[in-house]
Design a protein around this ligand. Structure first.
Ligand code: EPU
Length: 417
């Protein structure tokens, strides 16, 4: 298993280009299932989760052709096997995103229940309830969701809670439904908006994406299109936090500052200077890090996917930071690893109380999930001496060429077998 070796204590400086967004690419790859005509995507990040989704689609009969520079052409003219098997779903929960499109296009789908997940229970009841409201017959048997519908029907559906992939699944399903669907309490995440943009380019009729009420007028068929995946706001935020944490100065390009307001506000509060342009962000930090308070919540509030990275930064701030996680019940596993590096953190319920210390010192730590891994990379960059991060396969699921990118900013980081 690969490990990362980091020699910390050096400020990051320079320029780097952000990749396409994992959490936009995954639903948009599934959107290809909705049309018999080709969908061409650009700015697709080269990540293990994207490869898993491509394997899943290929098993269903979708033809994929990966070109240069993140271009992927998908041809779903025939879908032979509307199935997402346990072997793939258990490695990537986002496989559930195939459910809505398969059902809408093929009239049937069989998708494994995802089961447990490192960061919490993460049920899919809202996906199922929404599709049932659209007329699908669904039963759960042998660990699988078996869904059938001659043609889904437009309906009004209010989510009990805000769910990103739940919104995306129903949004995709509704594009081919008979009549109008109104989704209330919908997720407003920029990735939902990017999916809606792609579906609209394919001929879908969608209004209100980016608000909590999305209206979809079903059409008989969707056609081919070309779509550029939006920049990854969480990758952007991760590098911004790393630069601020190490007291560096860097310019991130190919990003969308407007999707990161809550993160940029907290970085400024922590003492960084952030200059925004529409497609680039410069960050630098010279003075001391200040303690901040963070509470994760659905967009546009502070994203849960940036909580761990900001905790790394807070370990060396002056004063006490309180970070409250409200989305996932078990997303504090990085705390014990940060403590191994010298951080002082108490967890009370869903809050971490971080007392800033003068220094972190390198140690061997273990990555437990994707964003926890990114947190440990940042902490390793801040720590004196050498940090070894084990189980970095989590990192490869969601960060494209992270060592190369950090090395370009002057980090001493390398992968060992
Ligand atoms: N939930 C339910 N029932 C449902 C769906 C969700 O109770 O049917 C609960 C979940 O258990 C959780 C909360 O609702 O407590 C929010 O979950 P959500 O459904 O929004 O999460 P998700 O769609 O499974 C996506 C991202 C995650 C990100 C969350 C929250 C993708 C592929 N994944 O997950 O990304 O943390 O939204 O913003 O878009 C990551 O990239 O590291 C990652 C975990």
């Amino acid at each position: 298993m690969d490990k990362l070796l980091i020699e910390g204590g050096r400020p990051l400086a320079g320029e780097l280009r952000v990749s396409g967004a994992k959490n936009a690419a995954l639903p948009i790859l599934c959107a290809a299932l909705l049309s018999p005509e080709p969908l061409t995507l650009t700015n697709v990040p080269r990540l293990n989760d994207v490869r898993t989704m491509q394997t899943l689609l290929a098993q269903m009969g979708v033809r994929l052709d990966a070109g240069t520079r993140g271009t992927v052409a998908l041809d779903a003219r025939s879908i032979d096997w509307p199935l997402a098997p346990y072997e793939l779903v258990k490695t990537m929960r986002a496989s559930i995103l195939a459910l809505g499109p398969l059902l809408a296009r093929c009239g049937e789908a069989r998708v494994s229940l995802p089961g447990g997940c490192a960061i919490g229970l993460r049920p899919v009841d809202q996906h199922v309830k929404g599709l049932q409201a659209m007329g699908a017959e669904i039963d759960l048997e042998h660990g699988y969701i078996n869904a059938r519908a001659t043609r889904l029907k437009g309906t009004r559906f209010g989510f009990d809670l805000v769910t990103v992939t739940g919104t995306e699944n129903l949004l995709m399903a509704a594009t081919l439904a008979d009549g109008t669907t109104v989704l209330e309490n919908a997720a407003r995440e920029p990735e939902v908006v990017d999916l809606a943009r792609c579906l609209t380019a394919m001929g879908a009729r969608i209004d209100g994406a980016g608000t909590d009420r999305i209206t979809i007028d079903g059409v008989a068929a969707l056609h081919g299109a070309t779509h550029a995946i939006m920049p990854d706001r969480i990758e952007t935020g991760t590098f911004l936090a790393a630069v601020a944490a190490t007291g560096g100065d860097a310019l991130l390009t190919g990003t969308q500052a407007g999707t990161l307001d809550a993160v940029l506000d907290k970085l400024r509060e922590a003492g960084a200077t952030v200059d925004e342009a529409p497609a680039s962000i410069r960050i630098r930090r010279r003075g001391a890090l200040a303690a901040i308070h963070i509470r994760t919540a659905p967009y546009p509030a502070f994203p849960t996917d940036m909580q761990a990275q900001m905790m790394a930064l807070a370990t060396r701030a002056h004063g006490t930071t309180v970070i409250t996680e409200t989305i996932f019940e078990n997303r504090m596993m990085h705390v014990q690893e940060l403590v191994r590096l010298g951080a002082v953190i108490d967890v009370e319920g869903n809050a971490a109380i971080v007392k800033g210390v003068a220094k972190l010192t390198g140690a061997t730590v273990m990555a437990t999930d994707l964003r926890a891994s990114a947190c440990l990379v940042i902490a390793g960059l801040m720590a004196e001496g050498e940090t070894t991060i084990d189980r970095i396969y989590h990192l490869d699921r969601g960060y494209e060429e992270i060592e190369e990118k950090l090395s370009a900013l002057g980090a001493r980081i390398r992968r060992i077998q």
